[in-house]
Design a protein around this ligand. Structure first.
Ligand code: HEC
Length: 78
């Protein structure tokens, strides 16, 4: 379990801002296209403020608001 957490943490750091699909389309977390871009932005800002899943908090803290808007458009409901 500890090992999995470590791998996930490392992956989170390495791919966070460019590869949301690694977890979100890979079966580890829900797909993001059920949310609208606005909803994703809102959630990411909550994560950035330290609320919610610690994995996502870590990722969101490394992203600028611009990054967040970009991935929200990319991954959100079309
Ligand atoms: C290392 C794996 C991982 C990566 C990479 C990752 N996420 Fe997540 N994310 C999770 C987990 C785990 C949850 C919480 C479980 C869940 O809600 O399905 C979550 C939850 C979320 C939620 C909340 C979903 C909801 O309905 O409450 C959003 C939004 C989100 N992630 C967006 C992103 C975006 C955008 C990226 C890319 C910048 C990203 N995630 C990258 C693992 C990851």
């Amino acid at each position: 379990m500890k090992r999995i957490a470590l791998i996930v943490a490392v992956c989170g750091f390495a791919f966070a801002s460019s590869n949301c699909a690694m977890c979100h389309n890979g079966g580890m977390a829900q797909k993001l296209d059920t949310l609208t871009p606005a909803e994703i932005v809102k959630k990411m800002k909550e994560f950035k403020a330290g609320k919610g899943n610690p994995m996502m908090v870590n990722i969101a803290k490394q992203m600028s608001d611009k990054d967040i808007e970009k991935v929200a458009k990319e991954y959100g409901k079309k």
